[in-house]
Design a protein around this ligand. Structure first.
Ligand code: SF4
Ligand code: SF4
Length: 285
């Protein structure tokens, strides 16, 4: 199975629009599965008009610590050990904030009274939808206030692997954190999208460091290129042969998401540009 991750560094630059379009185009030719790995803000389904999933199952990829006040000796070793500052002292007693606890288990190890217990929590969900575009969408979700985004991405990918497709499209989270690392790791190709703004170009270079770290081949796409033709020119020269295409600014793209309709089903001029990027991408993988 060829795994193609779509990443950007900066959020809101067209990553999910590109992911949904590539998934739809691949699915016309081969067995495809799409993964929404942006587990903190999964929205790939919206670009495909998905409002309801066929199935949802909760998953547990993290633990939380709790203190038995009866057993606690009030020594404070746990609080001074926790690097996440999740343990607070109130009125001589120590309490763990479930929102700050990362479940690392360090406090349990240092507690001289065995007063700390780690318990598994349901911290996310995997949602599945058979789309009308001939592919399955697997969407990972991290529940609000929970930790373990990278693990939820891993579980989302594992679920997608079960479908034994020829192509997997992974819509990564923005940034360079755990969910991005978990999305890029083990992929065959990274399609990196940017807008012609200094912030977006800078974030693109940061995510490229992750892509290079995992030795993943990549191509570049510039979205809304007319917004800054001078910077588009600079990015194009920087990308060289890795530039797979440019996407125009078109209000019809926004209209599509507002109507929960895939861009490829609109009469926007970007449809031809997305098809051209798809053609170029196929030649590279
Ligand atoms: S499990 Fe780790 S993060 Fe949670 S309270 Fe203990 S030391 Fe802190
Ligand atoms: S390390 Fe154990 S005994 Fe000491 S304050 Fe923390 S929970 Fe209580």
């Amino acid at each position: 199975m060829k795994k193609i991750v779509i990443a950007s560094g900066k959020g809101g630059v067209g990553k999910s629009m590109l992911s949904s379009s590539m998934a739809m185009l691949f699915a016309k030719e081969q067995k495809t599965v799409a993964c929404d790995c942006d587990v903190d803000a999964s929205n790939l389904g919206l670009w495909l008009g998905v409002q309801k999933y066929d199935s949802t199952h909760k998953i547990s990829t993290s633990e939380k610590a709790t203190i038995s006040q009866d057993a606690c000796l009030k020594c404070g070793k746990c609080a001074s050990t926790c690097v996440f500052e999740a343990i607070e002292k109130k009125n001589e007693n120590y309490y763990i904030s479930p929102f700050s606890c990362e479940g690392c288990g360090a406090c349990e190890l240092v507690c001289p009274a065995n007063a700390i217990t780690l318990t598994r929590v349901k911290n996310g969900a995997i949602k599945t939808k058979k789309t009308p575009y001939n592919f399955i969408l697997i969407s990972g979700e991290l529940f609000p206030g929970e930790t373990g985004s990278g693990d939820v991405v891993d579980r989302t990918r594992e679920e997608a692997e079960k479908y034994e497709c020829e192509t997997m499209i992974l819509d990564s989270a923005a940034g360079i954190g755990c969910p991005v690392i978990a999305s890029v790791r083990g992929c065959d190709y990274a399609l990196l999208i940017t807008e012609p703004s200094p912030a977006s170009f800078s974030d693109l270079k940061r995510v490229l460091e992750i892509v290079n770290h995992f030795n993943v081949d990549y191509g570049i796409v510039i979205n809304q290129w007319e917004l800054n033709p001078e910077l588009t020119d600079i990015i194009s020269k920087w990308a060289g042969e890795r530039l797979l295409g440019k996407i125009s600014y078109d209000k019809k793209v926004v209209d599509s998401i507002t109507k929960l309709k895939p861009v490829l089903e609109s009469d926007s001029k970007v449809v031809k540009e997305l098809e051209s990027i798809f053609k170029n991408l196929k030649q590279r993988i």
